[in-house]
Ligand binder design. Structure first.
Ligand SMILES: Nc1ncnc2c1ncn2[C@@H]1O[C@H](COP(=O)(O)OP(=O)(O)OP(=O)(O)O)[C@@H](O)[C@H]1O
Ligand SMILES: Nc1nc2c(c(=O)[nH]1)N[C@H]1C(S)=C(S)[C@@H](COP(=O)(O)O)O[C@H]1N2
Length: 184
């Protein structure tokens, strides 16, 4: 039987990058971080879109319901500006909100920059997919993921996604003993 391909979604939400005003560095930065973190075979599904709530919602729905991603990272559109609506779109498509992810990302980000308090980033689940918002600044991606990624593989287990394995020298996942798969 074919093992199902693990798919991870990367959504850059930026008016300016989607117009071509500047190169999107956020999408590649998220992909690079995940390449370093995971030892599984996985396939990226990347999108670069404008800050439009309907478009963000339909993109997230497509990546979960059609592409069957088990994890989606978004970058951008989490601040207080008029066109920042990524958290609203994420909340709308999720079944459950996991407040701890955002609490931890903001707490850690505040050690880097006082304006971390301005990010309204959230995380939540839709079916068997975990969606995590990251701020638009490319440097925020690693700062935030490092703070919460240890809990991501077990979260994906709990929502009946694939068994994600990490490279411990880059980021060490935490699973309760009973949830650990015996090593082959
Ligand atoms: N996708 C990206 N690629 C490269 N740099 C980015 C990206 N998104 C944001 N930045 C940088 O981070 C800074 C802060 O981002 P800002 O909050 O203004 O953007 P945003 O709301 O996420 O996206 P935009 O304003 O383009 O819709 C920007 O000035 C820009 O230099
Ligand atoms: N770790 C981290 N978090 C951060 C930042 C950052 O540079 N590093 N920038 C902050 C700033 S300046 C803003 S305005 C908000 C929202 O950014 P966004 O609208 O690009 O998502 O994220 C905040 N969170």
């Amino acid at each position: 039987m074919d093992k199902k391909q693990i798919k991870i979604g990367f959504v850059t939400v930026s008016d300016r990058a989607s117009r071509g005003d500047y190169e999107d560095l956020g999408g590649p930065a998220m992909q690079e971080w995940i390449s370093n973190a995971l030892t599984n075979d996985w396939q990226p599904v990347a999108r670069l879109i404008a800050d439009e709530q309907d478009l963000i919602e339909s993109t997230l729905i497509e990546l979960v319901d059609q592409e069957e991603c088990c994890l989606i990272l978004t970058t951008g559109g989490t601040g207080p500006a008029k066109r920042d609506v990524t958290p609203e779109a994420t909340e709308k498509v999720c079944d459950k909100i996991l407040d701890g992810f955002a609490e931890q990302m903001r707490a850690v980000s505040l050690q880097y920059v006082p304006t971390a308090i301005l990010s309204r980033q959230i995380a939540g689940t839709r079916g068997s997919c975990l969606i995590i918002n990251l701020p638009g600044k490319p440097s925020a991606i690693g700062e935030c993921l490092e703070a919460v990624f240890p809990a991501v593989p077990y979260c994906v287990d709990l929502i009946e996604g694939p068994y994600l394995e990490t490279d411990d020298s880059f980021i060490k996942a935490f699973r309760p003993k009973h949830a650990k798969k015996p090593q082959a």
